[in-house]
Ligand binder design. Structure first.
Ligand SMILES: *Cc1c(COP(=O)(O)O)cnc(C)c1O
Length: 457
């Protein structure tokens, strides 16, 4: 066995600073225990998200210099359009400033009150955009997808039988589209198999329901298919991605993930009539159709980044380094979602802190402890993010799982950074019995995790 190394060397560095425990206590109090409200400079290792946090390559920086800032029909647009067409294959492409803008435009055109939108698991902005329009977002992961310790090669799969039942129960006319998220971010960064996308596509097509892929981590998903799906090991991630998208009618994409860019996204569809309506909304809030919400240089960075994300040396390193973190934690007994996902490790905070009930926010408690211990910033994906508060009674319903995500920015941290994260997490694990929970002090009606304020119980 040879060590799998970072397939790059470092040309430009950005210092990070270790704070003292006393400083971190003060910063936590000032942020009302919400790590979204910390200053990034007070964070040592920032695993809040892998979104827009990638290190760009020398080629991407060169692409940015080639950026053409013409308002209409810039060369950057054509390079972007061609890269997206080659990989994703859809006919109509609308650039947006990030993924949620693509979601908002797509759902605004398709969804009405009373509609139901199935997905393996909706991401938070996807769910929020659907609910904002009065439609219902339904999660249909396979049974293994709801059990953190269960191992399955494609734990992100959508449960085809449950989709069939849903269509029979609510009727095709109430389902304007079906979505499938690759990899399943909220379900643990778990991949979806080609076979599953094919089966979901056949079912949707037999009912005339358009299928859209939430494509944020398409390259990582394609690589998992290459590694795990029978008969796929000799194919390139590009060929696998092209096949995946051939089963869909369109996609939403955040280029802040597998676009390897710091901003950007797009909406794509094969439906000309829909594309026309979407374009009208795009012009209203994002911009002219050949730049959307982006500068020419952003379009060029994405065009280059989409291909870099499919590079096999990169993908091997990417998946291996995430697995390295997961394996070191789980070997020491830390309960994580098994097997490790592509872009992040998800700790099961309910199992980590059995003494903290869901409504005392065990995930929030773990996020605070990781920062307090070592200046590491993680994110809660549990009751804070997905719990429900009844607006009239104030009664809280906890989320299905209490997770803490350690998301790994692309090409940013080295193995010693990850070793540090392992040590810090194991230190918290040692003293877990003494940790207590939190309660909400303030919260917004939607996407409350971004701005909520907390108090220790
Ligand atoms: C990040 C993400 C989005 C939203 O994209 P933004 O660029 O953050 O607006 C949608 N779906 C999934 C699965 C994501 O990970």
């Amino acid at each position: 066995m040879r060590t799998i190394i970072e397939p790059f060397k470092i040309k430009s560095v950005e210092p990070i600073r270790l704070t003292t425990r006393e400083q971190r206590e003060e910063y936590l109090r000032e942020a009302a225990y919400n790590v979204f409200l910390l200053r990034a400079e007070d964070v040592l290792i920032d695993l809040l998200t892998d979104s827009g946090t990638a290190a760009m390559s020398a080629e991407q920086w060169a692409s940015m210099m080639r950026g053409d800032e013409a308002y209409a029909g810039s060369r950057s647009w054509f390079r972007f359009r061609d890269a997206v067409r080659e990989i994703f294959g859809f006919t109509h492409i609308l650039p947006t400033h990030q993924g949620r803008a693509a979601e908002r435009i797509l759902f605004s055109v398709l969804c009405r009150p009373g509609h139901v939108v199935p997905n393996n698991t909706h991401f938070d902005t996807t769910r929020a955009n659907i609910e904002y329009l009065g439609a219902e977002a339904v999660d249909l992961p396979i049974a293994e997808g709801r059990i953190p310790a269960a191992r399955h090669p494609f734990k992100g799969n959508l449960d085809v039988e449950r989709l069939r039942e849903l269509i029979a129960r609510v009727g095709r006319e109430r389902i304007p589209l079906c979505m499938i998220t690759i990899t399943n971010n909220s379900g643990g960064g778990q991949p979806v198999s080609l076979e599953n996308v094919r089966a979901v596509s056949e079912l949707c097509r037999s009912h005339g329901i358009p299928l859209y892929i939430d494509a944020c981590r398409f390259a990582e998903n394609a690589y998992f298919i290459k590694l795990r799906e029978p008969g796929q090991s000799d194919r390139s991630p590009l060929a696998i991605a092209q096949e995946l998208f051939s089963y869909a009618d369109g996609c939403t994409m955040s280029a802040k993930k597998d676009g390897m860019a710091n901003i950007g996204g797009f909406l794509a569809t094969n439906d000309a009539r829909l594309a026309q309506q979407e374009q009208n909304l795009l012009i209203l809030t994002e911009g002219f159709p050949t730049y959307g919400g982006l500068a020419g240089r952003d379009l060029d960075a994405i065009a280059t980044g989409l291909h870099e994300a499919l590079d096999e040396d990169y993908l091997l390193y990417r998946i291996t380094s995430t697995t390295y973190l997961g394996d070191h934690l789980s070997r020491a007994g830390v309960p994580i979602i098994e097997p490790p996902g592509g872009h992040a490790i998800y700790i099961d905070a309910a199992a980590f802190f059995p003494q903290i009930p869901p409504l005392e926010l065990p995930g929030e408690a773990l996020v605070v402890e990781l920062y307090r211990e070592a200046g590491i910033r993680a994110v809660e994906i549990g009751t804070v993010m997905f719990g429900r508060r009844d607006a009239t009674t104030g009664v809280e319903t906890p989320a299905a799982m209490e997770l803490v995500r350690l998301a790994i920015p692309r090409r940013v941290y080295t193995q010693s950074h990850i070793d540090y994260v392992v040590e810090a997490t194991l230190n918290v694990w040692e003293r877990r019995a003494a940790v207590t929970g939190f309660r909400f002090d303030e919260q917004a009606p939607v996407l409350r995790h971004f701005t909520a304020k907390f108090q220790p119980v």
